[in-house]
Design a protein around this ligand. Structure first.
Ligand SMILES: [Zn+2]
Length: 127
């Protein structure tokens, strides 16, 4: 049986068109016909600034309700868009606002205390 997945209604995302972190709203889910909505479905979010669509798999975004604790960054951990992390180089937690595919993949993290500070970290290394 498929694990049901409820995507968050809104996410803060790094929009590559706007080149900044913007609120994005859930738009629709894409599944194979008659398939259940689960963690392997694709979820479209619309940038509220430019209306471009950002599509994510359920394995890359937080689900609702979201109440996970802030995790410490480590290169071998896997993170979710919408999740907060703490990093030893920064005094306050960062918000994960995007991902870049690759081997290994990277997370894009916004640190609000430093104006416009967007950092990229490797994740899931060796995973
Ligand atoms: Zn945008």
């Amino acid at each position: 049986m498929a694990v049901m997945f409820k995507p968050v209604r809104s996410l803060m995302l790094y929009c590559r068109y706007c080149r900044k972190v913007v609120p994005a709203e859930f738009d629709r889910v894409i599944t194979a016909e008659k398939a259940d909505i689960d963690i392997n479905s694709l979820f479209d979010y619309l940038c509220t600034n430019c209306n471009h669509v950002h599509t994510f798999s359920g394995i890359d975004i937080i689900a609702e309700p979201h109440s996970e604790p802030i995790r410490d960054y480590a290169i071998n951990k896997r993170f979710l868009i919408g999740e907060k992390l703490s990093h030893p180089s920064f005094e306050i937690p960062g918000l994960i606002v995007g991902k870049e595919p690759g081997r290994p993949s990277s997370i894009i993290v916004s640190f609000a205390s430093r104006k416009g500070s967007i950092k990229k970290f490797v994740e899931n290394f060796g995973g």
